[in-house]
Design a protein around this ligand. Sequence first.
Ligand code: AHR
Length: 493
Amino acid sequence: MKAKLIANKNYVVGGISPKLYGSFIEHLGRAVYGGIYEPGHPAADDMGFRKDVLALVQKLGVPIVRYPGGNFVSNYNWEDGIGDKAGRPSRAELAWSSIETNQVGIDEFQEWAKRAGTEVMMAVNLGTGTVADAQNLVEYCNFPGGTKYSDLRRANGFDKPFDIKTWCLGNEMDGPWQIGHKTASEYARIANEAAKVMRLVDPSIELVACGSSHSNMPTFGQWETEVLNECWDQVDYLSLHSYYGNRDGDTAAFLACSLDMDNFIRSVEAICDAVKGIKHSKKTMYLSFDEWNVWFHSGEQDKKVEKWSVAPPLLEDVYTFEDALVAGCLLITLLKHADRVKLACLAQLVNVIAPIMTENGGAAWVQSIFWPFMHASLYGRGTALSCIISCDNYKTKAYGEVPYIEATAALNGSELTVFAVNRSLDEDVTLELELDGFGKLELLGHVQLNNADLKAVNTAANPENVKPSAGKTNGLTAQLEKHSWNVIRYKVS
Ligand code: AHR
């Protein structure tokens, strides 16, 4: 099969925010305990953080990590997780029916983030929490000193403010499963008031309001409109969440799920712009896609996990090679909307629906989805280009006509990178690249991720079963093998 991609230096989508490559650590399962933190592990550092995990996180180049939830945050008292560890309470954690020991809290997590070379995106509890709790947390984290909570931070050993810039106003408050679930108008009121006081404590912060938990929520659309109507002046981003799975065993359709993400983003953009119009506002509301991933493998296994235990193995999806192709398509989709999606979080980072896995007391390794994320994070920087792609389509029940090629390009200084997924399960594609206006082009390399077995996985025993290999590009003609993720890089001058 043949296909063509045209990119021109002057056809630009927008600047790519580095925060497009964010991730997420929730107090859920073994993400924190046994994931990033395991005192006594041979690789633990002076604070109990696993250095093997830190090294893999650093390799991903994650610029921001959302914390501490997720559903967890909606019943979380952040004051449980500060100060002397011996005095911290254990709690019945109701979102995931586990025991939370509070041995890690914001004091530790901000330190972990520094060591990982990332920044914290902090969520406040707007489920059971109050406006005052949100105010106090910002004061604890960001106020220099001379007040109750800033002095408490200093007494806990952190003289300098944590200076956390990005804050989520709750989590998935539209979802009936959420502790403290609210109607749109109830949420809009508390989010607006919390935002107001949080900004009074620190005017430099940026705020994310909850959008819908996914596009199939019955309140989708109406929720966004009502929240934005109330909170327009106080917030910088509206959130989107979406997870996908190959539940019917239909890989061709599964590979097309990025069309759903694309449609979701377009719809939320349209709602934001409609509210902007009605308000006669000049402000652009940005989108924070702060939970996205494949999530469906672990469902049955989670039902067998013992309730009320500490750090149980929950949501430990073992990702197949085809999941990595989907992750690649989703990353390309985010890049195609780089003008409006200025923040995104792969949910999550370690053990819980994650690119990085660990054994308690044992090894750390990377899952299949690690690779497209790492490639996009390393090379998908700078400016997103608006590419024209001509290729054949195939038909699916869920998404109608689907192009075989999902692709885009990014220009970062003197480097031009083309990202492409060949969705065909049967045919290689010869992709002709027409790259205009970039001057002299020198091929730097073509890396692909492919595997003869769509269900291939990495495990502790076989951690390199799914890994990148060299692709075949000759000048401006790239060979995209059937079912493959491809990264083709040029030096431009
Ligand atoms: O990421 C797992 C869960 O998915 C989060 O806790 C919640 O926000 C979402 O429903």
